[in-house]
Design a protein around this ligand. Structure first.
Ligand SMILES: [Zn+2]
Length: 89
């Protein structure tokens, strides 16, 4: 073994099929286009099935909620979500 063959404790490159976090299909409530949005694994682990994202088609800021049964993301405009949160406390 030469010095260039010393194994690194960390991978130097990820496999082609590596996905850092699961993605779920969702439809943008703004433009109607369907996309896949990443949902951090840690969020699901702790039982949080909501988050925020941006539509890759129209750029709208979205509040996203994962329907666990259908494995589909529901979306609503983020500003409307914030107003609803303020109204309900
Ligand atoms: Zn959109």
């Amino acid at each position: 073994m030469t010095t260039t063959d010393v194994p690194s404790p960390l991978p130097t490159r990820f496999p082609a099929d590596f996905k850092p976090q699961p993605r779920y299909p969702g439809t943008c409530c703004g433009c109607g286009e369907q996309s896949e949005f990443p949902v951090p694994f840690t969020m699901l682990h702790f039982g949080w099935n909501t988050g925020h994202g941006t539509c890759p088609h129209c750029g709208a800021a979205l509040h996203l909620m994962l329907n666990i049964k259908s494995q589909h993301l529901l979306s609503e405009p983020h500003d409307i979500y914030l107003k609803r949160r303020e109204a309900t406390g």
